[in-house]
Design a protein around this ligand. Structure first.
Ligand SMILES: [Zn+2]
Ligand SMILES: [Zn+2]
Length: 213
């Protein structure tokens, strides 16, 4: 538990530690960042690249902090300028706007979309004066640059295409091709993936003495 004061000094909020005993919060903050690196700002003060780690809401007159299971880099913009083509959050805001035509002009300054909708998640639309907790982009970049990567499981795959009459023959031909090709190749293209990530292609030299030369 810590006390964070908004950068404009107008409000302080009590921020619980980030949960660790909840499967939603299996991952710690990235790049070795902690809440000590975070600051409380108003939603309208969030800047591109700031890492949003917690949102807030009001409950029976007190400010509550809600940690984001998946902290996300902010790409703030007025809701009307959001590339989202419609999500539950946008629809809700549209309803609010349509309920009273005078609100059309208000939306732009009253609300900010911190992050456009992605896959199954809607936009993150916050009232622009609501406190949110972020790690400033510059601090995130510094942590990224100095952080030693965490060792974690990867799958590295190299494949050959062969024509064969059975799996056994394909495997045998594959093995032959590997032997042939290893002699002739100077580089290998590997498909590397980690849990939950998209595979990427990495080219490395074949001969071990060339590695890290
Ligand atoms: Zn949006
Ligand atoms: Zn949306």
């Amino acid at each position: 538990m810590r006390l964070m004061t908004l950068t404009d000094g107008t409000e302080s909020l009590l921020v619980d530690d980030r949960p660790v005993d909840d499967c939603l919060f299996a991952a710690p903050l990235p790049y070795g960042l902690t809440l000590d690196d975070a600051v409380a700002v108003r939603a309208r003060e969030v800047e591109p690249g700031d890492l949003v780690v917690a949102l807030t809401f009001e409950e029976s007159g007190t400010r509550q902090v809600s940690h984001c299971p998946g902290p996300f880099p902010a790409a703030p913009r007025p809701p009307a300028a959001c590339p989202c083509e419609g999500c539950a959050e946008c629809d809700e805001l549209d309803e609010w706007t349509l309920a009273d035509h005078r609100r059309v002009a208000d939306v732009a300054w009253r609300y900010v979309c911190l992050c456009p909708s992605e896959r199954d998640e809607g936009c993150v639309i916050e009232p622009s004066n609501r406190p949110v907790i972020v790690v400033r982009a510059e601090r995130v970049e510094r942590a990224k640059a100095t952080r030693k990567p965490i060792r974690r499981p990867f799958t590295a795959a190299w494949s050959v295409e062969v024509e064969a009459g059975s799996p056994e023959e394909a495997a045998r031909l594959g093995a032959e091709r590997v032997r042939e090709q290893l002699g002739a190749m100077s580089t290998m293209r590997w498909s590397v993936s980690e849990a939950g990530g998209e595979p990427c292609t990495v080219t490395v030299p074949v001969a071990p003495e060339e590695v890290g030369a």
